[in-house]
Design a protein around this ligand. Structure first.
Ligand code: BEZ
Ligand code: FE
Length: 293
């Protein structure tokens, strides 16, 4: 019996037997996690005095989530996001000292192409130009060579390529190898707030709960480097609408960035910019793998 299961929960024979039913799992962590899950789910049923009709509604919700889930869309993942579970997993698994992590979301694409460091992702599309640059550092502020940035965001109409047939599937996404000092830079556009998908059971739940459906504007970034814990995170332009009520609870104070006027003529020349443009500077900090084992 694992240490987190106290006697009180064993008084109810159903809870006791359900917890014990997992005790022979070959993987002790599976036994521990399932016992705790049973403990808390049973407590939820008991404390809420859940009726049969209410549980049936719950099962119908899960069935509808399964029916709308396919290889491009995962309603369970969205449910985890809007319940704050994805963010709680981020919080409890965050190694100390590094840049905070944030939700991955459904629009990451493993097939983003490698672009040169200093690439221009804008390709004539509408949107305010933003020079995004920074470094990948360790927890002592020392540059990490050979880091990789995987970047994606939505377009000026608020949509990701997967939601908008008019966009090239590779629009506003790329992978970049950072330089020997951990430096990276690219030209992109200002991202926009957008709503999570609302046409499934999660949307119905949000509506029934009078909850918001919006996420604040953000850049998505995955930072990786050999020997360091990979970081899945987001950067949120300060002042964006919904920054204080992200419906998936992904905003962390350390991930809010200023979007400033940029007057760097070298950069204007690098990207052929003739109009005013902005910049966002951010240094990522990665935790060594050895410190988490
Ligand atoms: C997103 O950032 O794209 C996202 C994250 C969680 C749920 C839905 C969308
Ligand atoms: Fe997103």
């Amino acid at each position: 019996m694992n240490q987190h299961i106290n006697k009180e929960h064993l008084n109810n024979p159903v809870t006791r037997d359900a917890i014990n039913s997992f005790s022979n799992a070959t993987d002790p962590r599976l036994a521990e996690v399932m016992a705790l899950l049973v403990k808390h789910l049973h407590a939820f049923v008991s404390e809420s005095n859940l009726s049969k009709a209410e549980w049936l509604k719950g099962l119908e919700f899960l069935t509808a989530a399964a029916q709308i889930t396919d290889h491009e869309r995962n309603e369970f993942s969205l449910f985890s996001d809007i319940m704050g579970i994805s963010s709680m997993v981020d919080v409890v698994s965050q190694p100390p000292g590094g840049t905070p992590s944030s939700v991955l979301g459904p629009f990451h694409n493993h097939d983003s192409q490698i672009q040169p460091n200093g690439c221009d992702l804008t390709h004539g599309q509408p949107g305010e130009r933003v020079w995004l640059h920074g470094r990948v550092l360790d927890v002592h502020q020392k540059p990490i060579p050979n880091a990789q940035i995987d970047f994606w965001q939505n377009a000026d109409n608020g949509l990701y390529p997967a939601q908008d047939a008019a966009q090239d599937p590779q629009n506003l996404r790329c992978k970049i190898h950072c330089d020997a000092q951990g430096g990276f830079n690219l030209l992109t556009i200002r991202p926009h707030p957008y709503t999570v998908p609302t046409d499934g059971p999660v949307g119905a739940l949000l509506a029934a709960s009078n909850r918001g459906i919006w996420r604040p504007a953000h850049f998505h970034i995955i930072v990786s480097a050999p020997g360091y814990v990979g970081l899945v995170t987001e950067l949120f332009p300060s002042g964006s609408a919904y920054i204080d009520n992200d419906t998936v609870f992904g905003v962390r104070p350390g991930l809010i960035v200023d979007v400033k006027d940029c007057h760097n003529q070298e950069v204007a020349k690098q990207f052929g910019l003739t109009q005013p443009f902005k910049e966002v500077a951010f240094d990522f900090s990665l935790v060594p793998q050895s410190s988490t084992t």
